[in-house]
Design a protein around this ligand. Structure first.
Ligand code: GYE
Length: 322
C-alpha cells in the first residue's frame, strides 16, 4: 500500500513537472545553461549560482557557459536531458527559439526554471517557473528620472545616443521599450542613434568612438549596461567630451555594479539603474518549493532601485556584494 501511495505521489509530481527525491541524502542535480561572461553583472550572477548550488548545500551543479550562442544552449540542454538531471536552469540569451528544445525537456519529465531573461513560447507549460528583473520597469524608471532631471535643469530637447544590449534578449527589448515609450511621449526627445553593443565594454567603446567622429551633438547616453557605459565614457574622454554631474552629456547606466556605483559617487555616471544578479538563492528556493511538492508562482520579479549621482552615498557602495 505504502509503495502504491509513493508511486502515486511521484507520478503526480512528475505530471506537475516536479522531481521527486526518495533519498534525502542524495544530491539534487542541476544543469545550468548560462549566457556567457560578457559583463560584470554576468560574472556576479555566475558566482551567485555556483556558490549556491554547491555539494555542501546538497546540489551537484553541471554548469555550461554558452558563450552567447543559442545553439550552445540547445546542446547543453540536450546533454542535461541525457544525463537525467533533476532540474534544468536556463538563462536564455534571446527570448525566441525555445519551443522545440523546451518540448524535449518537458517530454523527458525534467522541470525547467528560467532565470534572468525570459522566453517567449507558445505554451507556458514548457517551463515550470521563472525569476528575474522587471526590465520594462527598469527602462521606465530611467526615462522617468530623465524627465524630472531635464525639468529641474529647465531643458527640454535632447539627442540621445542609445547603446543596446544583446538584441532580442528580454533585458534589451524591455529597457529599449521603456526608453522608446518615453521618446514617443516627449516630442523634444530624439534618439540620435541606436546601436547593438552586446553588453560588452569593448563594443560600447568602439561604437561610441566611431559615432562621435561623425556627430558630437548628443546630450544623453542611455546605455543598457555598466560595461558598455565604461566603454562609452572612455570614448568620450578621448573625444574631449565632458559627461556626468558637471559635464555636457548625461550618462544613464543599467546594472549598478560596484564599479559603476563608484563612478556614480564621483559624479561620472548620472544614474545607475539597479539590476540584481544574485539569483542563486532565489532559484534554490524555487527548487526547494518543488522538492516539497509545492508549485511556485509562475513568475517572480526582484525588487530594485536607482542611484542618482546627487544622492548616492559611500555606504551604498560598501553594501554592494558585487
Ligand atoms: O544587464 C547585462 C548582462 O540580462 C540582466 O545581461 C541581464 C543583462 C545585464 O550581461 O550586464
Amino acid at each position: 500500500m505504502k509503495k502504491a501511495i509513493a508511486f502515486l505521489i511521484s507520478a503526480a509530481l512528475l505530471l506537475c513537472g516536479c522531481a521527486f527525491h526518495a533519498d534525502e541524502d542524495e544530491l539534487i542535480v542541476v544543469g545550468f545553461s548560462q549566457v556567457g561572461s560578457e559583463s560584470s553583472w554576468r560574472i556576479a550572477n555566475t558566482r551567485s549560482m555556483t556558490e549556491t548550488f554547491s555539494e555542501q548545500n546538497g546540489f551537484e551543479l553541471i554548469y555550461d557557459d554558452a558563450k552567447n550562442k543559442q545553439q550552445n544552449q540547445y546542446d547543453a540542454i540536450r546533454e542535461f536531458i541525457q544525463q537525467e538531471v533533476d532540474y534544468i536552469v536556463l538563462a536564455p540569451i534571446t527570448e525566441t527559439g525555445w519551443d522545440g528544445i523546451l518540448t524535449e525537456a518537458k517530454n523527458a519529465g525534467i522541470p525547467v526554471i528560467i532565470v534572468d531573461r525570459s522566453v517567449s513560447v507558445a505554451d507556458d507549460s514548457l517551463y515550470t517557473c521563472k525569476v528575474g528583473s522587471d526590465f520594462l520597469e527598469e527602462g521606465a524608471k530611467a526615462a522617468r528620472w530623465l524627465e524630472s532631471e531635464l525639468e529641474s535643469r529647465g531643458k527640454k530637447d535632447v539627442r540621445i545616443l542609445h547603446l543596446q544590449g544583446t538584441r532580442g534578449s528580454t533585458s534589451q527589448l524591455m529597457r529599449t521599450k521603456g526608453l522608446e515609450t518615453a521618446v514617443a511621449a516627449n516630442p523634444d526627445w530624439e534618439i540620435a542613434a541606436q546601436f547593438e553593443c552586446d553588453y560588452t565594454e569593448a563594443m560600447g567603446y568602439e561604437v561610441t568612438r566611431d559615432y562621435l567622429e561623425k556627430d558630437k551633438n548628443i546630450n544623453v547616453i542611455f546605455s543598457e549596461n555598466d560595461n558598455m557605459s565604461f566603454g562609452a565614457m572612455r570614448a568620450m574622454d578621448e573625444a574631449g567630451i565632458t559627461y556626468g554631474k558637471d559635464g555636457d552629456v548625461i550618462v544613464i547606466s543599467f546594472d549598478a555594479v560596484r564599479s559603476a556605483l563608484t563612478e556614480c559617487l564621483k559624479g561620472n555616471i548620472n544614474l545607475c539603474v539597479e539590476c540584481n544578479p544574485l539569483h542563486g538563492p532565489r532559484v534554490r528556493s524555487l527548487i526547494e518549493q518543488l522538492e516539497n511538492g509545492e508549485l511556485p508562482q509562475k513568475q517572480s520579479f526582484v525588487e530594485e532601485t536607482v542611484f542618482d549621482c546627487s544622492t548616492i552615498k559611500q555606504e551604498d557602495i560598501e553594501n554592494r556584494a558585487y
